[in-house]
Design a protein around this ligand. Structure first.
Ligand code: FAD
Length: 332
């Protein structure tokens, strides 16, 4: 049985967390079909200690291609390398994260090697009987979940939404086979070169990276009341999220939206205030480590999935919380 591959991502020789999430997806699939799980990584100056983290998180084999021109992702060059590796090793599946890298590189590669690709999957499974990869993603604005397969071409390729799955616990005793692939200068596409890179510094919302997210919903009644959510988030050092209802009403901008048609987040602590917990909202928080729900309806969905459920009026609870957390008196 051919292997299942995940494409790892690195920056300046350090693996990105999304590489480990992807291995958790790949591990489940590889165990089901009974094949090896391989991580492929293109980059520069990744140490063996860094690469061994891929084994600790589930890989059996790591294919590493190193060259200074692989330090930055250039689709043309990266696709040349991957096309070679795929023709040589013939994986049955190639998964990548639905990051900027995955969403630009994999379509380019899919066209090059003439196979199918499903972008931004939230679920993956193996079809009984055929062994085909079932690739599920929201479609038509999130109104349906579409399951797509690639029965006639290999590899089956999918990008997977970051934060839609947790990495496996690190097992430092796990080892595997590290394969160094010799760089072939013919892979370098000199038509595209990275001249310089610039880090974006700004106030944009980075919910996906936040350890703490405090989100508000329609229960806040009006825009002016959202300051309660803002203050609690700032007091806890977290980011502000919102339900789609709150965003549609203009209480918060779209980058704050959490859920199926917003962001998928994976914080250590998520606090949902005046949010009912519709299935589309829950889709965005299912990998949160600890969910706290504050709602005056004891039957609200969010309370059912919460680790800590506080039933009561948010207009009494949040000012009290802020008071106990040591901020100024905010009874309103
Ligand atoms: P409501 O469902 O109205 O809930 C408000 C809650 O506040 C209630 O549970 C109520 O009991 C509580 N409340 C009221 N007053 C108080 C009080 N004083 N104290 C405490 N609690 C109080 N939704 C998302 O969030 N994200 C998405 O990405 C998303 N994508 C969608 C995609 C599609 C295709 C569709 C069809 C829907 C999508 N939705 C999404 C919308 C989703 O179905 C819900 O309509 C939405 O999440 C409801 O938002 P809410 O919980 O703020 O409002």
């Amino acid at each position: 049985m051919n292997d299942i591959w995940t494409l790892s991502e690195q920056h300046e020789g350090r693996l990105k967390d999304v590489s480990f999430e992807l291995l958790a997806r790949g591990r489940a699939l590889a165990d089901e079909v009974g094949c090896k799980l391989c991580a492929v990584i293109l980059g520069n100056k990744c140490t063996e200690a860094e690469l061994s983290k891929l084994f600790h998180h589930g890989a059996d084999i790591v294919y590493y291609v190193e060259d200074p021109c692989l330090g930055d992702v250039v689709c043309e060059t990266y696709a040349n390398v991957l096309a070679y590796l795929i023709s040589e090793y013939k994986p049955q599946v190639l998964l990548s994260a639905a990051t900027t890298t995955g969403r630009s590189l994999l379509p380019y590669l899919a066209v090059r090697i003439k196979t199918g690709l499903t972008a931004d999957c939230t679920e993956l499974a193996i079809e009984k009987g055929t062994g085909n990869l079932l690739q599920t993603r929201p479609a038509i604005g999130g109104n349906i979940m579409a399951t797509i397969k690639t029965p006639n071409h290999r590899p089956q390729m999918a990008t997977v939404r970051p934060k839609s799955c947790r990495a496996l616990a690190k097992d430092e005793k796990r080892t595997g086979e590290l394969v160094h692939i010799t760089w072939n200068p013919a892979w370098y596409d000199k038509r595209v070169q990275v001249l310089s890179t610039r880090e974006e510094i700004g106030n944009e919302v980075s919910l996906e990276e936040a350890d703490i997210v405090v989100a508000g919903g329609r229960g806040l009644k009006k825009r002016d009341n959202f300051h309660l959510v803002d203050e609690l988030a700032s007091c806890l050092g977290g980011q502000v999220g919102a339900s789609r209802d709150a965003v549609d009403r203009g209480w918060k901008s779209y980058p704050h939206q959490v859920g199926l048609s917003g962001k998928t987040i994976s914080p250590k602590l998520y606090i949902g205030i005046g949010i009912s917990g519709a299935v589309q909202h829950l889709a965005g928080i299912k990998t949160a480590e600890c969910i706290v729900a504050i709602n005056n309806d004891e039957n609200a969905n969010l309370l059912q999935v919460a680790d800590f459920a506080i039933v009561g009026d948010l207009f009494a609870i949040i000012p009290e919380l802020l008071r106990r957390l040591g901020t100024q008196d905010r009874e309103k």
